[in-house]
Design a binder for this molecule. Structure first.
Ligand code: DSN
Length: 391
């Protein structure tokens, strides 16, 4: 309890911070779900707000001394509602996954059917994986991509929804590179009589920049992660229609969470303000341009990109033709300083642990100022490394 700076107080942790800084400086991150938090976000995240307990919501706290954090949370909520165009916002969820848990708590009872994109076709573990609460406590039903174009087949999805009549229809993915037709999703949910939840963790940062469709006007509830394209702190947000406000509020606190991380809420408020600027919109546009350029250069180099390309910040690259597994490709690229995630193809015959693909995303390289011409260089290096690994 020396009060000394980190380097003196804990040389071991300080050394690991240095090692992570060095790792970042010497590698290129193409992890689609990562970006680089801004200096303002980092300052807020390290602020005194992190020490304050504030169970409850503004005006209704369990703890004393919450006058300032009430003001802070109200500011963050107002900014979130304005930025996303939402009737209701809760900025307390500590992560996207926890925000998702709160959505189940608000709208579903144990064993209710929840219809979502299959994990193997680009969905997320909180959308019904048996290894996750969502698959253990609820009844997961999946839809898949169409085999011919590797895109969502909305007619087939409608038939599936009408057959199962789920409690919730989930739109949103971790590995889908095409715009989702939220209007079609709304009409399917209406016909099947279910809640439409859009997990916009990946694409929210594009929607607020006017790039790609915004889910808010169509969905009953939308979940967002602030650390992805938005360059905010690690954390979640729930947006919803006013009619669902009470259920969503109670689902977050007291059902799922105790005291929120007020420093993260401060950092989210900063990120919301920064994301409302023309500078941010320009960055988001460049994220998408870079993803398209990277995917197209990889295709020109002989690789297949799932669905033939990308509309957003990510692409899934098939390495079957090289005789590599996704894991071998990701390992080879990692050893060459290019950090990617291994991935599975839709209809992948390989086990999930290996996969036949890798996923790339461009928020981090774009945050670092890289442009379309840098993507050509990066693609050439990726092709070189994979050719070496395939020998
Ligand atoms: N872990 C995230 C991803 O990489 O897609 C999902 O939230």
């Amino acid at each position: 309890m020396s009060g000394a700076p980190l380097r003196d107080a804990d040389p071991a942790v300080a050394g690991l911070v240095d090692a992570e800084v060095a790792r970042r400086a010497t590698t290129v991150s193409l992890i689609a779900s990562e970006s680089v938090s801004t200096p303002g976000v980092r300052a807020a995240l390290g602020s005194e707000f992190g020490d304050k307990y504030a169970e409850g919501h503004p005006g209704h706290r369990y703890h004393g001394g919450c006058e300032v954090v009430d003001e802070l949370e109200e500011l963050a909520v107002a900014r979130a509602r304005e930025l996303f165009g939402a009737e209701y916002a809760d900025v307390q969820p500590v992560s996207g996954s926890v925000a998702n848990l709160a959505v189940y708590a608000a709208f579903a009872q144990p064993d209710d059917a929840v219809l979502a994109l299959s994990l193997r076709h680009g969905g997320h573990q909180t959308h019904g994986s048996r290894a996750n609460f969502s698959g253990r406590w609820f009844t997961p039903v999946s839809y898949e991509l169409d085999m011919s174009d590797e895109r969502i087949d909305y007619d087939k999805l409608r038939d599936t929804a009408m057959f199962y009549k789920p409690r919730i229809l989930v739109a949103g993915a971790s590995g889908y590179s095409r715009h989702i037709d939220f209007a079609a999703m709304r009409s399917i949910a209406d016909e099947a009589g279910c809640i439409l939840w859009v997990d916009a963790a990946h694409i929210a940062g594009l929607a607020i920049a006017g790039i790609g469709p915004s889910p808010v006007e169509y969905a009953d509830v939308v979940t967002v992660s602030t650390q992805k394209i938005m360059r905010g702190p690690r954390g979640g947000v729930i947006l919803g229609r006013a009619e669902h406000a009470d259920a969503l509020r109670r689902a977050v606190y007291p059902f799922v969470q105790g005291g929120p991380n007020m420093a993260a809420i401060a950092a989210k408020a900063v990120a919301f303000a920064e994301s409302a600027t023309s500078e941010y919109r320009d960055y988001a546009r460049r994220v998408v341009e870079n993803a398209a350029a990277l995917a197209s250069a990889l295709v020109d180099g002989g690789l297949r990109v799932v669905s033939g390309g990308t509309d957003n910040h990510l692409a899934v690259i098939d390495v079957t033709e090289l005789g590599l597994t996704g894991r071998a490709a990701a390992d080879a690229l990692g050893a060459a300083g290019i950090v990617v995630d291994k991935a599975v193809l839709p209809f992948d015959p390989a086990p999930v642990a290996l996969g036949s693909a890798f996923r790339v995303g461009t928020p981090t390289v774009t945050s670092a100022g890289q442009t379309v011409s840098d993507m050509a260089v990066l693609a050439a290096r990726i092709l070189d490394v994979l050719a070496g690994a395939a020998r």
